[in-house]
Ligand binder design. Structure first.
Ligand SMILES: [Fe+2]
Length: 419
């Protein structure tokens, strides 16, 4: 009788990992209670100067003081944090006794807190944990200390994810550490903390969230990969499943309905609540399903040209959607409808194409630059960008359509002028 190895079969199991979350106006006032519940007496708050000068640190410390919890503040997180800035935070943390970390800010603060927590708990250097060729690829052996993430932007989804992104300026590249032990213990989601976010940051981070949702919704399905030999070999980015589809679809709908309002009327609490919820839902979706070619292409754009991550994603999303469209017209047609387009009576291909127009209209409305050209990227830069992007295997493996270096070059070319 002929025998098949398990590798001959498609994977038949999906595995959803979700961060515990508290959501709502006033959620941050419950921080002291939560820290106490973890049995922590000494905490380190990791944040940036912008958040500190907006007075948001006091919102957090008031709750800690009420519970008599000792705290220290590190407010020197860099935007798109570099390896050296993370090492500075780690060196500061090493001088303290820290039972629990609090990350207050955008993705940069949350990622810096994740990496600081990792090195403080398990030793070594940041580079040890980054995948080759840039790092040593060391596995994280066990859980880290508790980490409570309090986002002040609505976009990166880092409060829900198992990833931390680190800029390597000398390599002109952004590397990621992805491991389930990096997921925060708790996400405290308080929309009031996002109301002071400036319009440009709201636009960029909101477009990052939309990219997470669209990529998670359209990546390959969990059963489009071979069944692993053991559960431990199942990738963290396991492909779309019915649950991630629900979350991603809701996130797309919320962003389509609220991002413009959040950009232009930042004190609209309903719009801010919708965006914060969407960012979290998209974060849960992508950190289980995975991401695709937009994020692979955005990493070298951010690394080489110092373009904020959300903006890089916004500039590349329409061209990648166009490339991926034939892989699943139905899902792209659904995206058009979720973004508020009237697709009634259209055939599925026509409706799918409308999803790209809907995304471009949103970009125009919130004043995202018209393409890579407008941020100083030229045709001559494309070969090197494509060379780097094609190395981001952990993203490209889930892209719904196989992609070569030449395909990637074409995507960058198309993204020079989006409208
Ligand atoms: Fe992202």
């Amino acid at each position: 009788m002929r025998r098949y190895s398990t590798m001959s079969y498609p994977d038949s199991v999906w595995d959803l990992k979700v961060v515990r979350a508290k959501f709502g106006v006033g959620a941050v006032d419950e921080l002291g209670y939560e820290v106490k519940a973890y049995g922590a007496k000494n905490v380190l708050i990791i944040t940036d100067e912008g958040v500190a000068s907006a007075g948001l640190v006091q919102r957090v410390t008031a709750s800690l003081e009420a519970q008599r919890i000792n705290f220290e503040v590190w407010d020197r997180v860099e935007p798109e944090p570099s390896l050296s800035s993370m090492r500075e935070a780690i060196n500061f943390a090493k001088t303290l006794r820290v039972d629990l970390f609090i990350a207050l800010g955008g993705g940069s603060s949350i990622d810096t807190a994740k990496v600081t927590n990792l090195v403080l708990t398990h030793g070594g250097d940041v580079l040890d944990y980054i995948a080759p060729p840039y790092g040593g690829g060391k596995k994280i052996p066990a859980p880290c200390r508790p980490l409570i993430a309090i986002p002040t932007t609505a976009g990166t989804g880092s409060e829900a994810s198992s990833a931390a992104i680190i800029s390597l300026p000398d390599k002109k590249f952004k590397a990621g550490i992805v491991n389930d032990y990096l997921r925060p213990s708790l996400a405290l989601l308080d929309p009031l903390l996002t109301t002071t976010m400036p319009p440009r940051v709201t636009a960029h981070t909101g477009r990052d969230a939309l990219t997470h949702a669209i990529e998670a919704y359209t990546v390959r399905s969990y059963d489009a990969k071979p069944k692993p030999e053991t559960p431990a070999e199942r990738p963290i980015y396991g492909g779309a499943n019915p649950f991630t589809d629900l979350l991603a679809a809701k996130a797309i709908e919320l962003i389509g309905g609220s991002l413009r309002e959040a950009v232009y009327h930042g004190w609209n609490l309903e719009a801010r609540s919708n965006m914060l919820l969407a960012s979290f839902l998209a974060g849960v979706a992508f950190s289980n399903a995975g991401l695709g070619a937009v994020h692979a292409a955005a990493f070298p754009v951010g690394g080489r040209f110092h373009i904020p991550h959300g903006l890089a994603c916004a500039l590349l999303l329409p061209a990648v959607m166009e490339y991926n469209l034939p892989s699943n017209y139905m899902k792209f047609a659904e995206i058009a409808a979720l973004l508020g387009e009237n697709v009634e009576g259209m055939d599925v291909r026509e409706a799918a194409e409308l999803s790209i127009e809907a995304v471009k209209n949103l970009e125009r409305d919130i004043r995202i630059p018209s393409g890579l050209s407008e941020v100083g990227i030229t045709k001559e830069d494309i070969p090197e960008l494509a060379e780097e992007a094609i190395k981001v295997r952990r993203m490209l493996i889930g892209n719904p359509r196989p992609i070569t270096k030449e395909d990637m070059e074409k995507i960058y070319e198309n993204a020079l002028e989006n409208y």
